[in-house]
Ligand binder design. Structure first.
Ligand code: NAD
Length: 484
């Protein structure tokens, strides 16, 4: 496709360091998970390149933070518009390298770009404070300043939105960034950086270091003292490792990690709404979203009706190449992801789970998996405690509200939770009882740029989106002016 071709230098998709496109001496393949077809060879950079990128970002920071907020906002706005002009190509690129259906990829372009639009506006509202003084000869000020060079390490499941959700607020605040995209989806990151350059982003403000082996680059980004913040989205084990690495230079960190989202359906729920919410929350992106439901907890009185209606809808989900019209579920990212889903299915069935549909790889081959529902799930099963990250819905049974809240909170994770109920008193009680960073009440899709996204417990630190997302890229400087 034209967008991929535009990234190639001598046949390799080049990384971006200090405004120059760099291919390095090695490359790695990026393939389409739906077909196995090679999309491009991508520059395979290492520790020295990462240091160069940090140096470039550090050099650019001095001038970027001095650019008036209004001008930073105008450049971000131009980037937003450029992305919209290329929305169809970006969506197709994401479908090709990640597998999600084209309609979802288009949705991600809109969602991803919304962070750039929002933070272009917020850039102009990054205000400090003046404080009432405690002594008549002093005046007290609080300045809000950009934190400095930011390393953005991102996953493959939302190749665009996970980058813009970090970079737009960082750049709006006056920071510069080094992006380390996931090895499965670096092309979207490079395309975004190219469009930013065309929109007038100065050299060095955005750098992209692509690598097949993340640790060498990650070690530099988490230990170089010039990097003042690491913003990571990915799995909890990798997040914990990076958090420990950042301790040596006491960096600010944001961690958007894994989840184990419960989706609770009470007897008084609207059944049709709950089933529609369940489909959206579970099977979007083939179950590969951090906020996607991992466990359905359903009250005894509505249990049979719910599993019957859910299984019927799940059987009707059409699986296929994301480019085919009508595809609702694309392939998983790779064979390892398929193996994990299969392990959870086999374990659940061996422990008494009742397979209502799916439970095996799809006849299309590659990494396609048949959307699956398992009834009679129990806490002993791996699906109860581990994030599946695939199209498997285990359905647990509960008797009363207290038990539901206890089951929902019985996990080290605390990212997103959902519940369906009608009684307004119950809605308040359950909303307050859930130990999660985000709660959907009678709603399965909750992400938006205007709200703070993030988790508690082992699901993470910090928030992205909303004005909180901008503040996470700033430091406060208290100034006491004396002798007045
Ligand atoms: P991952 O942790 O394997 O990888 C994430 C990123 O970290 C990738 O860019 C990878 O190359 C990089 N990485 C891995 N090891 C590294 C190291 N030693 N040093 C530096 N970088 C390293 O996660 P994934 O498989 O890409 O993504 C899926 C996970 O992400 C799931 O657990 C999901 O829940 C989570 N996720 C969370 C959110 C959120 O907002 N909380 C959003 C999307 C995905």
């Amino acid at each position: 496709m034209t967008l991929i071709k535009s990234l190639l230098i001598d046949g390799t998709a080049a990384a971006l360091v200090g405004g120059r496109w760099r291919t390095g001496s090695k490359s790695f393949p990026v393939t389409n998970p739906a077909t196995g077809e090679l999309l491009a060879q991508v520059a395979d950079l290492g520790a020295d390149d990462a240091r160069d990128a940090v140096a470039a970002a550090h050099a650019a920071w001095g001038s970027w933070k001095a650019v008036p907020a209004k001008q930073r906002a105008a450049i971000l706005r131009a980037w937003f518009e450029r992305i919209h002009e290329h929305a169809d190509e970006l969506a197709e690129l994401m479908t090709l390298e990640q597998g999600k259906p084209l309609a979802e990829a288009r949705g991600e372009v809109t969602y991803g770009a919304s962070f750039i639009e929002f933070f272009a506006e917020e850039a102009k509202r990054m205000s400090g404070e003046t404080l009432p003084t405690h002594a008549s000869d002093k005046r007290l000020l609080v300045l809000r300043e950009p934190v400095g060079v930011v390393a953005a390490i991102t996953p493959w499941n939302f190749p665009m939105a996970m980058i813009t959700r970090k970079c737009a607020p960082a750049i709006a605040a006056g920071c510069t960034v080094v992006i380390k995209p996931a090895e499965a989806t670096p092309l979207t990151a490079l395309a975004l950086a190219k469009l930013a350059g065309e929109a007038g982003m100065p050299d060095g403000v955005i750098n992209v270091v692509t690598a097949s082996l993340p640790a060498a680059v990650g070690d530099v980004l988490t230990t170089d003292p010039r990097v003042r913040k690491v913003s990571f989205t990915g799995s909890t084990p990798v997040g914990k490792k990076l958090l420990a690495q950042c301790a040596g230079t006491v960096k600010k960190v944001s961690m958007e990690l894994g989840g184990n989202a419960p989706f609770i359906v009470f007897d008084d729920a609207d059944l049709d709404a709950a089933v529609s919410g369940a489909i959206a929350s579970k099977y979007r992106n083939a179950g590969q979203t951090c906020v996607c439901t991992n466990r359905f907890l359903v009250q005894d009185g509505i249990y049979d009706a719910f599993i019957e209606a859910l299984a019927e809808k799940v059987k009707a989900l059409s699986v296929g190449d994301g480019r085919e019209p009508g595809t609702l579920v694309g392939p998983l990212i790779n064979q390892a992801a398929v193996d994990k889903v299969q392990r959870h299915v086999d374990d659940a069935v061996a422990k008494g789970g009742r397979l209502l549909c799916g439970g095996h790889s799809h006849a299309l081959g590659h990494s396609f998996y048949v959307p699956t529902v398992i009834a009679d799930a129990t806490p002993e099963m791996s699906v109860a405690s581990e994030e599946t990250f695939g199209p498997l819905a285990p359905v647990f049974r509960f008797q009363d509200e207290e038990e539901a809240i206890a089951m929902a909170n019985d996990t080290p994770f605390g990212l997103a939770a959902y519940f369906y109920a009608r009684d307004y008193r119950r809605i308040w009680r359950v909303m307050e009882g859930l130990e999660y960073g985000m709660v959907g009440v009678n709603e399965g899709l909750i992400s938006t740029e205007v709200a703070p996204f993030g988790g508690i417990k082992e699901s993470g630190l910090g928030r992205e989106g909303s004005h909180h997302g901008l503040e996470d890229f700033t430091e406060l400087k208290y100034v006491c002016v004396g002798g007045l």
